[in-house]
Design a protein. Sequence first.
Length: 281
Amino acid sequence: MYAVVTPNRNRLATLQEVLPSWQAAPLVSEIVVVDFGSERPIEPADFADQRKLKLVRVSGTDEWRIGLALNIGIDHARCEAICKLDSDIEMTNAAWLSGVDTQAAFYRGRYDGPVSNGQAIFAKRHWQAVGGYNEWLSGYGFDDSDFYIRLRKSGVEERRIDPGFIVERPHAIASRVSDKLTTEFFELAPPDPKGRLVFTSSRNTYLAYLRPWTPELRRSTTVRALPGGVTGVELGPVSEAHRKAAAFANVLGLVRMAGVPEHVELLNAMVATFLAEDGGL
């Protein structure tokens, strides 16, 4: 059986649309929704049908950290087989799961394919062995690829998710990035959302290479029961190692987004070399 784990922040409407397709899947026994700091907290009453649903509400959040949200959700999943889906993904051929072998391989989408990069199916023990997703990465970009690279390096075979398994609801680039780039040392508001996405994805790539992720780097949390059967998770403080590495990565991301061409080319060449050594995205 599978646990669907989905991170969410202010995207309740699309989750309400796709959730019934997950509930209808015979091999899905639980659905863990991680509400990572929504402006209006998600409540169990937001769902007419609450079958299989487990709601985890995270407090003490700052930026959108999908890797941290996912790790918390997987921590609270009972199943060994994890199906990570974004909150705008409809399951259209749930029977495909019956042929998936998570003990031998992990399954993923790709940025250049019909299934988007962030969708993944894997064994909880494989996730645990590599320390889970990188919790230091924020915004959007490279969090999935970093996880897949570490799974491959650990010896787990990589396979593709069948295109007929799911359908993604389209969304604009602007919905994936904040209007402002706010860091400890600078704040900018580039008008082009593509430029802001370049910053976050590049910053995350540099940060992942500056400090490779290990299980020991995971954020501390405090868990408590909340009314309505909701599980509350309070985040501990950001570590000094995280703070300082992120500061350097933010500056490199700024250079990548707005630097002189020769410096941008140098950064791109450096990253391309490292990615090639790691088997690509």
